[in-house]
Design a protein around this ligand. Structure first.
Ligand code: ADP
Ligand code: GN1
Ligand code: MG
Length: 373
């Protein structure tokens, strides 16, 4: 899949479907997400430029967008209520702008779904973590997000992508792609395939603990990549977690594991040179401190004991997903060239190796941060 642009005229028409004041000035693709088409649009409001985020939701991947938007409406309303109590409330939670119809999305003439958010100004997302302090900030925001959702009122959230972090199922999907080999690409990925198949014994570990009643279902974000946390330009502090498409029932460690995956990496996720990839221990320590500062109060013993492991598992899981998509011909993630998914897979598997080599030391840090020590 590659990025799908939109013309200015199209963006102006979509903007008009939302109750935004002012005259449309301009709009352009924005950010580096792999799933949705994100645009920043600017309106002239009495001489002042005001920006909004418009997103065309990927409805090939998200099969039931109205259900997804119902989740987002509930979650943003709940987190905003909490954030509003503190300073800078409007930047501390994502604010959804409903369409003029009152629905949380707009459906255009070709059936695409659009949503609109207030633009969080003077803040940014980053692909690579700079230092332990930044890691701690982001992880504290993720823990805080989970904490805020503990008392979300209403029914269980919709599962926007069923079995999203079901690692055994991801493993089975990879195996099926290897067997089918529809693009004849398996030969180019022989080493990665071997690497993946050798790790089957770990794939079920978290779900087995859940089935045994030792790891509870919670409301989790499920896509806590570092660039899904907005950081304030002036203070460097985390403002809020964004990209809420996959907020649904899950395990707390899916979120911590994905932070380890995306934040400790010494290089970009699609750096094609595996030798550049290293799990940075100081960043892991920052993540741990930040996450425990906000989530420590509700995590149980079993969850704590698997914090380091979750980084290995989720990194392996996303690596398998990139490999599966490479074998299937790049049907899921946005790619810029035919080896893109294979490069990403190599990068993730190099990170798995680096975590494996350092897991004892990671585990030691976890033990040192137990509350009873
Ligand atoms: P994707 O699912 O494709 O990753 P995201 O929701 O993460 O899409 O948005 C892509 C990028 O757009 C983010 O990384 C962030 O930089 C920017 N972005 C998203 N929402 C906002 C917002 N409300 N204010 C400012 N920037 C935003
Ligand atoms: C996708 O939407 P984005 O770019 O934040 C993906 C995540 C992967 C990530 C890998 C809905 O996240 O699961 O971990 O790419 N999101 C979805 O970079 O599949
Ligand atoms: Mg994103």
């Amino acid at each position: 899949m590659s990025d799908r642009n939109a013309s200015s005229a199209e963006l102006a028409a979509v903007s008009a479907a939302f109750p935004l004041h002012g005259k449309f000035v301009t709009g352009a693709l924005y950010g580096s997400g792999h799933i949705n088409d994100t645009f920043a649009v600017t309106l002239d409001q009495a001489g002042a430029p005001v920006r909004y985020i418009l997103q065309r939701v990927n409805h090939r991947i998200f099969k039931d967008v109205p259900a997804l938007m119902d989740n987002i409406r509930r979650v943003t309303a709940h987190t905003a209520r909490r954030a509003a109590a503190g300073a800078d409330g409007a930047r501390r939670a994502l604010t959804l702008v409903p369409a003029r119809t009152g629905e949380p999305f707009h459906r255009d003439a070709v059936g695409a779904y659009w949503r609109c958010y207030l633009f969080i100004e003077k803040a940014a997302t980053y692909d690579i973590v700079r230092d332990a302090q930044q890691a701690s900030e982001a992880a504290a925001a993720v823990g805080q997000f989970q904490h805020l959702l503990v008392d979300l009122p209403g029914a269980r959230l919709h599962e926007t992508i069923p079995h999203f972090h079901d690692t055994p199922r991801r493993f089975a999907a990879l195996r099926a792609a290897i067997d089918r080999n529809p693009q004849g690409r398996a030969v180019a990925a022989a080493e990665e395939i071997e690497f993946a198949l050798a790790r089957e014994p770990i794939v079920g570990r978290l779900l087995q603990l859940h089935a045994a009643g030792r790891m509870p279902e919670r409301i989790t974000h499920n896509d806590t990549k570092f660039n899904n946390v907005m950081l304030d330009d002036a203070t460097g502090r985390a403002l809020c977690v964004i990209d809420l498409d996959t907020v649904m029932p899950g395990l707390a460690l899916y979120d911590f594991g994905d932070m380890v995956r995306s934040a400790t990496n010494s290089t970009a996720e699609d750096d094609p040179e595996p030798r550049n990839v290293r799990m940075r221990m100081d960043i892991f320590e920052g993540l741990l401190a930040g996450y425990l500062s906000s989530a420590g109060a509700f995590l149980n013993e079993t969850e704590r004991a698997h914090l380091a492991f979750s980084g290995r598992l989720i990194t392996f899981e996303i690596g398998m997903r990139f490999l599966t998509d490479f074998l299937e011909g790049d049907v899921y993630f946005k790619t810029k060239h035919p080896r893109h998914n294979l490069d990403r897979c190599r990068n993730q598997f190099a990170l798995v190796r680096s975590i494996e080599a350092q897991e004892t030391a990671m585990q030691k840090l976890v033990a040192q941060m137990q509350p009873d020590r």
